[in-house]
Design a protein around this ligand. Structure first.
Ligand SMILES: [Zn+2]
Length: 298
């Protein structure tokens, strides 16, 4: 599933679409996430005849804003969704669900932005511009680490959010990181990576995270996300950016998908374990990621 670094990579690689005028919007008519149909007329109203003015991101959501329109288009890539820019009219397939056609200089349609989603867990919908955060999909999202970083004080803001967001919560630390309400944008890969970097046991009840643990975790989240972003995201199965390129971060992952391997931490003699927590594979080193009872020891 694309996480913050992958979605941000898509956002950046779609920059060449900015300024282009949408002449036509096509939808497959098939339902996507939670059986919701893509509303073709709402998408048309938000984009047709307007220029693509901005592409923003909050957590794993992309927000496409068009000139003079009071509705924006929200896109979530779900499990296997892809959004990319290509030459208009190229061969298509039944997994393509939305196409925004752009007008070229000569007035012909020359490029299109396509949304393809074989597993149909993605979402393409509209929200009121300037009030995106009030949309049900975005209203409960926590701090976006990259946005916090851009606004300054990212890591301390993140650490504070972790402490207050996890207060009283008995679910495992890893599950609390995945639920988007405290930190937006982290998924299965970077939750395992960040907890490893911070030397925290994924099974630790979220409420047991100490202030120093939260500081370490905030730093680890920042580090793993930035490294992944620099590498263009992680392409394990099918992630590709908006320009069709694959991410190179998979080789930099330290624990994710490395069950049975030696712990990469210097001088640790542990072996990476794979456990299933709340239905999701979790990778950790039982030796250097501390158990709850020793979480307080420095
Ligand atoms: Zn270890």
């Amino acid at each position: 599933m694309p996480e913050l670094p992958e979605v941000e990579t898509v956002r950046r690689t779609l920059a060449p679409a900015l300024g282009g005028c949408v002449t036509k919007v096509w939808t497959s008519g098939k339902s996507l996430h939670l059986g919701r149909e893509v509303d073709a007329s709402a998408l048309g109203d938000a984009a047709r005849g307007a220029k693509l003015e901005a592409i923003e991101r909050i957590g794993k959501y992309l927000i496409l804003a068009f000139s003079g329109r009071d509705q924006v288009v929200l896109v979530h890539l779900g499990m296997s969704g892809r959004l990319w820019l290509q030459r208009a009219g190229a061969e298509t397939d039944p997994h393509v669900h939305v196409r925004f056609f752009f007008e070229g200089r000569g007035g012909d349609i020359d490029r299109e932005l396509r949304f393809r989603d074989p597993r149909r867990f993605g979402l393409v919908t509209t929200a009121r511009r300037g009030f995106e955060r009030e949309h049900p999909a975005l209203s409960r999202l926590g701090v976006d680490p990259l946005v916090a970083r851009a606004q300054g004080g990212g890591k301390s803001r993140l650490a504070q959010a972790l402490v207050s967001g996890f207060r009283g919560r008995t679910i495992p630390l890893k599950a609390a990181l995945l639920d988007q309400r405290t930190v937006a944008g982290i998924g299965n890969i970077y939750a395992s990576e960040a907890l490893f970097e911070a030397r925290l046991d994924p099974a630790l009840p979220a409420k047991a995270l100490t202030t120093s643990g939260a500081t370490r975790l905030a730093r680890a989240i920042d580090d793993v996300l930035l490294r992944a972003l620099e590498n263009g995201g992680t392409s394990l199965r099918d992630f590709v950016a908006g320009d069709g390129t694959s991410g190179q971060n998979a080789e930099y992952l330290r624990v994710y998908d490395r069950g049975g391997a030696a712990c990469p931490r210097a001088r640790c003699k542990g072996t990476i374990e794979r456990a299933v927590m709340q239905g999701r594979a979790t990778y950790f080193c039982p030796r250097c990621q501390r158990r709850a009872s020793t979480a307080e020891t420095p």
